[in-house]
Design a binder for this molecule. Structure first.
Ligand SMILES: NC(=O)c1ccc[n+]([C@@H]2O[C@H](COP(=O)([O-])OP(=O)(O)OC[C@H]3O[C@@H](n4cnc5c(N)ncnc54)[C@H](O)[C@@H]3O)[C@@H](O)[C@H]2O)c1
Length: 337
């Protein structure tokens, strides 16, 4: 059978993860070309025996027989690259977020639709084995009608201020994963967003126009509520927990640890800290999201995370920004209409 030919754009933190998975765990496909604007990234192409390295996206797209493009470059390139790939008739996996402007996202999704290209967005946490189990429990009615969803999402440390300045702010860069998780778990649409935020980690983040600590409340169309708590710095590491409370019970996913042993002594009980950051904590999810993307392409089924999911998570992020600025609950329709 003909192999699926894949190209990867952007070989930074997330690009390397996807490239490693694509090369090692997908015998049905071949990575035929990679690109990055940095000369040094050629070494990554060599490490994985990729025959073609380029610094130019158009050249990447022109790779003979190319079927799929995986876009892992910085956020401000996503919209342009998705448009080019769609117009070139390629299938597309693009990292989140698609863009920081809702208008641009709408425009890009229209072009993708006209082209007939399939597009999946990288909301990898949906593919985490623990969170998938919680979703399954909700679908199986094991906890009854969900009433409260609680998401704790705290990073071990803030990114450099240079990153924060171009990130679109904490809600669109970091909380966007939690907005998607809340939508995924509830299966409902968000109708209202209320956000409180502060700078409690680093005053430089305030100077960059952002916050580092927040509580966001989402209200869904059926009045289910979700509360998300975020911080850019948790001294004990990456804190990623999920709880769903409903009419028949409660389901919880705790943090993942490198091992589960505990030391009990007369002075207390101790154990390892949670897995340090996203590359370790969500390792399995990155492979699984690519598995489900490729399977959906081959079977012709719906993409597991589609363009509209991307659009709605950005709309919730923009509503959270407005809520924080104006210190009031913001209806999602104020953003979408
Ligand atoms: N789903 C997730 O869990 C997750 C995690 C991290 C990052 N991301 C997203 O992935 C994207 C990349 O993030 P990262 O953390 O890997 O960043 P990074 O800075 O580590 O890597 C970005 C790479 O893109 C290259 N690059 C710069 N300009 C480019 C261009 N015009 N074309 C192609 N490549 C270019 C850089 O040289 C670098 O190698 C961001 O949009 C981010 O939001 C998603």
């Amino acid at each position: 059978m003909k192999k699926i030919n894949v190209a990867v754009a952007g070989l930074g933190r997330i690009g390397k993860i996807h490239l490693k998975n694509l090369c090692r765990n997908f015998p049905e496909l071949e990575v035929v070309a990679v690109m990055d604007v940095l000369d040094e990234s050629k070494a990554i192409a060599d490490e994985f025996n990729i025959p073609n390295f380029t610094k130019d996206f158009d050249e990447l797209l022109a790779s003979p027989g190319l079927d799929v493009v995986v876009i892992c470059s910085p956020t401000d390139t996503h919209a342009d690259y998705v448009v080019k790939a769609a117009k070139a008739g390629k299938q597309i996996f693009c990292e989140k977020p698609l863009d920081l402007s809702l208008e641009r996202v709408v425009e890009v999704l229209e072009i993708v639709k006209e082209s007939g290209a399939k597009l999946m967005l990288g909301f990898n946490r949906r593919f985490d084995p623990e969170f998938k189990k919680i979703k399954q429990l909700v679908l199986n009615d094991a906890i009854g009608d969900p009433q409260i969803i609680k998401i704790t999402s705290r990073d071990p440390g803030p990114p450099p201020v240079s990153y924060i300045k171009v990130s679109g702010g904490m809600f669109l860069d970091m909380t966007i994963h939690d907005f998607d998780m809340a939508r995924y778990i509830s299966g409902k649409q968000v109708k209202e967003v209320f956000a409180k935020g502060a700078v409690m980690v680093d005053p430089e983040i305030r100077k960059a126009g952002d916050i580092d600590t927040a509580i966001i409340t989402l209200t869904f169309e059926d009045n289910t509520m979700a509360v998300i708590d975020n911080c850019r710095k948790a001294v004990y590491g990456y804190d990623q927990r999920l709880e769903v409370f409903g009419s028949k019970g409660m389901a919880q996913a705790e943090n993942n640890f490198p091992n589960n042993h505990k030391l009990y002594t007369e002075s207390g009980v101790s154990g390892d800290l949670p897995l340090h950051f996203f590359l370790e904590r969500y390792d399995a999810s990155y492979n699984q999201e690519m598995r489900e993307f490729i399977d959906a392409l081959v079977s012709g089924s719906e993409m597991p995370v589609n363009g509209n999911d991307g659009l709605l998570s950005i709309a919730i992020g923009l509503a959270a920004k407005k809520s924080l600025e104006e210190n009031r609950p913001v209806k999602i329709d104020e953003i979408l209409n």
